[in-house]
Design a protein around this ligand. Sequence first.
Ligand code: CP
Ligand code: NVA
Length: 324
Amino acid sequence: MVKLEHSKDQMAKSLKGKDFLTLLDYTSEEISYLLDYAFFMKQQMSHGEMPKLLAGKTLGMIFEKHSTRTRISFEVAMIQLGGHAMFMNARDLQIGRGESVYDTGNVLSKYLDAVMIRANSHEMVKELALNTTVPIINGLTDIFHPCQAMADLLTIKEVKGTLKGLKIAYVGDGNNVAHSLIIGAVNMGMDVFISTPIGFECNENILVEAKKIASISGGTVEVVSTPVEAVTNADVIYTDVWASMGQEDQVANRLKLFKDFQINDALVAHAKTDYMFLHCLPAHREEEVTASVIDGPNSYVFQQAGNRLHAQKALLANLLCDDL
Ligand code: CP
Ligand code: NVA
């Protein structure tokens, strides 16, 4: 029988029924506990133990954008936990032809036990959360991707054995993935170095919040001017696509403006020899990262993608299970 190291009683109570919109709403202790719980569930699964903690529960999954990992890992998570997941393309719902978020939220609360939503606008997701009585989970918005950050941290902890004191470099677009990663990493006491092209910086308010968290957690957040500065002696190097979903019309322009921010062999030579390369995927080889790096020995991107399942099972169990 696999045992959870962390005492869970108090924590499971504090998380029950909560929304998961951004890691800014979660304490370092809660994040750390959820990571331990994810690791525990992953170990349980490898021993053939799969408790049906969410039997009879239904997760609604609304998508305004494409998805492979988020959609499939949430659906599999619910199946493994004994519950059910329902995919909904936002275009097919009445919200896609103008029904209000208020009415939609109130109606969904009558059928579902939780809603996971991938949306264009974080503001819309906040409004939905205000108008539902069940937990809302952010499956990516224009500003945040907290489920991704949980899998990222889980992967680093699995490989390195710890998070505190590690140097992580984020190089590329100051986007949704970057924001959640920065907040999660600094909460765990990591030293975060960020290098983004001019005009594509991270959201200033999020950086201010990250620095406040750093002063408590013992981590650091530094925006540096070059990718080399960011990755020098790094334990972890992270990048994401140069043009996110919805920015397809900017691809050509971004390819030009981001070219010095590519993760390639010359750049990673500045990192520690045992550095980890991470990418949320989907990736564009020879754009933000060369094949030599993403398909090389320091890349953990598929372990990272696999960990979406375990991180989300931990989240779902803690938000939804009546007697965890
Ligand atoms: N990383 C991630 O969220 O992937 P999908 O867009 O495929 O869900
Ligand atoms: N920044 C990317 C992440 C995809 C998982 C996007 O928003 O498209």
